[in-house]
Design a binder for this molecule. Structure first.
Ligand SMILES: [Zn+2]
Ligand SMILES: [Zn+2]
Ligand SMILES: [Zn+2]
Ligand SMILES: [Zn+2]
Ligand SMILES: [Zn+2]
Length: 572
């Protein structure tokens, strides 16, 4: 019988627990137990990923200007999409031998800077130049970690969705605005945690509902207004009376938040999570410490990972099996330490590879196998050399660890690590990591946001020419908390059309600030052990409910947090 074990994290020096299930997994894939705690492991993967910071630079092959996630400080070659995917160059020309006198990561760091990388991870997409870590999108603008979506803007984790703007984690949704964590919804605005719903406004956890406004915790209802049942006529009358002027929408958000907080909520957002812990989880079985993990089983310590089976330590992945320490990789199996690699199996410590198997320490390969550091071997030679390198990496204590932050291709503040584990410039430099000072923005504002028309009806097409100031620049306090602020922004024509179609006011903040505020609406990606707050009498308890759970609502928060049974007894 394996016991759980407490270890000290080599990075943050805090104690962490390795569970018996964890050990079973490490044994199965033959890696030693990790030396970093789950949070530091997440930070390490996140620091390998720039989602949102786009730069203009020239393709190192054809010389054309392009949009890229690599800023001017990146020293290696970066190719535009057509060049990278073309036969005009051969990644195998960079092949090199493995040096058994040096650590693996040191060699990979140098190798990474030699082999051309792709400007953005954005394949098989049409008319979606500003999308990253995405696939098979059409007419999308500023979307990341999204796939098979159309006409979407300013968001992340859009899957098979259409006409979504300023939203996060939508699956098969159409016409969504400022919404989070939804599936199979149609025409919804400012909603959270809903599915199979349509025509909802400012509502949370209202599955199967339609035509509701300001509601929380309803099931299969129609024409409700702040959880009060109205007639269809009364509902429609009130809806036409709503002012969609900018300031009124801001006040409505506040009023709704005050209303939602008075209602008990389940200890996690999501649904059908069997024997699982985390937040934004659904259709899961045996998932531990999952954040935005769905349709998964037997998977732990994963963030933004869907369709994972028997995996650990995934960040931003899709459809993985028996994978460990992966970032931005999917549709694969039996891999360790892969970054931005798709459709691979039985591969290790490689980056930007597509449709490969049995590769180790490789970069920018397509349809290859039995390669190490981009050098071709026979199947037999490959396996012998691979085992030798693994032995070497066990001695250097690299085997089973993800790429260290110090060798990330991105400066820390360009990565999503800065979103989840924010650090100051001094802190980053003190750790030996890279920081990037962006050139000061000198946009000439032509329209201060205060002068924006309050209602969309008063906006003319000339607004498309304006450079609008971002309201985060108004106060020092907001400036300090919105470090990615672009300071000013323009409206995209499709965006203006969307606001007009649904009578929505023009935002006063740039898309970077909107993203930051949207993601901050979610709970932190941590769990606390708590007891159910219900003190009503329910069939399973009198007095305070004894049930305990892991929740991302930390103890001092104002929400009334219930266990599943008490919650189900309360929602109607
Ligand atoms: Zn740690
Ligand atoms: Zn090019
Ligand atoms: Zn801003
Ligand atoms: Zn309870
Ligand atoms: Zn109860």
């Amino acid at each position: 019988m394996i016991q759980s074990e407490t270890k000290q994290c080599q990075n943050c020096k805090q104690d962490f627990t390795i569970e018996p299930d964890d050990f079973a997994f490490y044994d199965k894939i033959k890696v030693p137990a990790p030396t970093f705690c789950p949070d530091c492991r997440y930070q390490r993967r996140a620091a390998n990923r720039n989602e949102w910071n786009f730069y203009k630079r020239n393709c190192s092959l054809c010389g054309k200007s392009m949009v890229s996630i690599y800023n001017s400080s990146y020293p290696g070659p970066v190719y535009c999409q057509p060049c990278w995917w073309s036969d005009k160059w051969d990644p195998m020309a960079f092949g090199q031998d493995f040096d058994f006198f040096r650590p693996f990561f040191e060699q990979f760091f140098e190798f990474r800077h030699k082999v051309p990388r792709i400007a953005l991870a954005n394949s098989q997409s049409a008319n979606s130049e500003y999308s990253n870590q995405s696939e098979r999108n059409k007419n999308c603008y500023m979307v990341v970690a999204s796939g098979e979506s159309e006409d979407c803007m300013y968001g992340n984790w859009y899957q098979k969705s259409k006409d979504c703007v300023d939203s996060w984690a939508t699956k098969e949704c159409e016409i969504m605005y400022e919404s989070l964590n939804c599936g199979d919804c149609y025409k919804c605005f400012f909603i959270e945690d809903c599915h199979d719903a349509n025509d909802l406004y400012f509502s949370m956890d209202c599955p199967g509902c339609n035509n509701c406004f300001g509601c929380v915790g309803l099931r299969g209802k129609s024409y409700c207004w702040f959880n009060e049942q109205l007639t269809k006529e009364e509902f429609q009358k009130r809806l036409t009376e709503i002012s969609w002027a900018y300031e009124d929408v801001q006040k409505m958000k506040k009023r709704v938040a005050d209303f939602w907080v008075k209602h008990p909520r389940r200890y996690y957002q999501g649904r059908k999570a069997i024997n699982s812990t985390g937040e934004n989880i659904g259709y899961d079985k045996n998932v531990r410490y999952g954040f935005n993990v769905r349709f998964s089983e037997n998977t732990s310590y994963a963030q933004d990972a869907w369709e994972a089976r028997d995996c650990m330590d995934l960040t931003e992945t899709l459809d993985n099996e028996l994978d460990y320490e992966m970032e931005g990789s999917g549709w694969g199996a039996k891999c360790i330490g892969m970054a931005k690699s798709w459709y691979n199996h039985d591969s290790h410590y490689s980056e930007l590879n597509f449709n490969c198997h049995d590769i180790f320490g490789c970069m920018s390969l397509r349809k290859k196998s039995y390669c190490i550091f981009n050098k071709q071997y026979s199947e037999k030679e490959y396996h012998i050399l691979k085992e030798k390198i693994i032995e070497h990496m066990r001695k250097t204590k690299e085997w089973g660890e993800f790429f260290p932050i110090a060798i990330s291709p991105f400066p820390y503040n360009d990565t999503i690590a800065q979103d989840y584990f924010p650090l100051t410039k001094n802190e980053v430099i003190a750790r030996g990591w890279e920081w990037f000072d962006r050139d000061a923005r000198d946009y000439k504002v032509t329209l201060p946001h205060e002068k924006l028309p309050a209602k969309i009806g008063d906006v003319t097409d000339s607004i498309l020419q304006e450079i609008i100031s971002c309201s985060s620049q108004d106060s020092e306090k907001e400036k300090a908390s919105h470090l990615r602020c672009a300071t000013a922004f323009r409206l995209h024509p499709a965006e203006l059309q969307f606001y007009r179609r649904f009578n929505l006011p023009i935002p006063h903040k740039c898309s970077a600030c909107r993203l930051q505020e949207r993601l901050a609406r979610r709970n932190p990606r941590k769990l606390w052990h708590r007891q159910c707050m219900c003190d009503k009498n329910h069939p399973h308890h009198t007095g305070r409910c004894p049930n305990e759970f892991e929740t991302s609502y930390f103890p001092d928060r104002p929400e009334i947090v219930y266990c599943e049974s008490c919650y189900q007894a309360e929602v109607a």
